[in-house]
Ligand binder design. Structure first.
Ligand code: SF4
Ligand code: SF4
Length: 321
């Protein structure tokens, strides 16, 4: 086994364990999120299993879990073409972006605030820790089940990506570059946190599209989100691949996901229709059997594109060479 094939799963498993422990380690108090945390005391390490369960049984986690599970069932049972996928993304956007609050705390904040707490020794609020564990748990069950089936801003970018580009051609960014940018933003921001003691969210706050779902319309943010949506016409999910720390986390976790897109080499005739018809940069890496793969948002388009049924969303095992 190559060295990086060992280190990556070991790192991801360690990450999973930290995420699973997050709600148990969380501090009560909620940190000014405007909603109770189930503890009632507002301080001290008072989180117990009841308050974690109360948090997880709230409507947003129940609906989010149902959406992700439905996505998993659909991927296993039907072929999802781009029209069906777009309709499903409209439903996700309306349900989690407009009707149900999937942004208190926002997924972005649920990732960056615990990182700040870990870097500075501060407390982690139960609501953020539970959201983080929810995102991590779904991502471990199936690759990017949160980003691909629950996140309203991911859904919005996918919907906008259906608008034809003026040139008639969509752009697939080289993953090494997009991921390099995403990692650099995270690493530089983290260094700034350690150097200045400021919150990691200070830096990500500049472009947190989830604020708009909360009707926080600031001009700079609205302009930046507008730019992301214009870019989405040309590039599949640019915010996810280039900026989002949730995308970075779930990309790491998808390397240990139980369910992933996998290839049956015996059925594949190498026609490459899956690569041509898919919007993402992940299919080629799946075809090449790469250990380090670009983000797969579990959309199912490549599975639908394959005329030989060589791709499926199944329990992961490495394809034979
Ligand atoms: S990467 Fe971020 S914006 Fe994209 S789907 Fe995931 S949480 Fe949403
Ligand atoms: S590899 Fe790409 S096309 Fe296939 S399910 Fe994942 S995101 Fe969709």
């Amino acid at each position: 086994m190559k060295r990086n094939t060992i280190y990556l799963p070991v790192f991801c498993i360690a990450l999973c364990m930290i995420l699973i422990c997050m709600p148990v380690l969380a501090e009560g108090g909620g940190g000014g999120w405007g909603v109770g945390d189930g503890s009632g005391t507002g301080g001290g390490r008072n989180t117990d299993l009841t308050s974690i369960w109360t948090e997880l049984s709230s409507i947003k986690f129940i609906l989010g879990g149902i959406a992700a599970l439905s996505g998993l069932i659909l991927l296993k049972t039907i072929k999802i073409n781009r029209n069906i996928r777009t309709l499903l993304m409209c439903a996700v956007f309306v349900l989690f972006g407009v009707l149900v609050i999937m942004h208190q705390p926002s997924p972005l904040r649920a990732v960056v605030d615990p990182v700040t707490a870990l870097a500075t020794g501060g407390a982690i609020a139960l609501k953020k820790a539970t959201m983080l564990a929810f995102i991590g748990g779904l991502s471990v069950i199936g690759a990017k089940l949160f980003c691909g089936w629950v996140c309203p801003f991911g859904a919005l970018q996918e919907i906008v990506n259906r608008i034809p580009a003026p040139s008639g051609k969509k752009i697939k960014l080289p993953f090494k570059i997009s991921n390099g940018i995403r990692i650099s933003i995270f690493a530089i921001s983290l260094v700034m946190v350690i150097a200045t003691g400021r919150d990691l969210y200070t830096y990500y706050n500049i472009l947190n599209p989830f604020e708009l779902f909360d009707w926080h319309f600031e001009l700079v943010l609205a302009v930046l989100v507008g730019a992301v949506l214009i870019a989405s016409v040309f590039v599949y999910r640019p915010f996810c691949y280039l900026v989002c720390p949730v995308g970075l986390l779930t990309w790491l976790l998808e390397h240990v996901s139980i369910f992933r897109v996998r290839l049956d080499r015996e059925k594949c005739n190498d026609c490459k229709k899956c690569i041509l018809k898919s919007p993402c940069p992940a299919v080629k890496a799946i075809m090449d059997g790469d250990t380090l793969r670009p983000d797969c948002h579990a959309c199912g388009i490549c599975i639908d594109a394959c005329p030989k049924d060589a791709l499926e969303f199944g329990i992961w095992k490495k394809a034979k060479a």
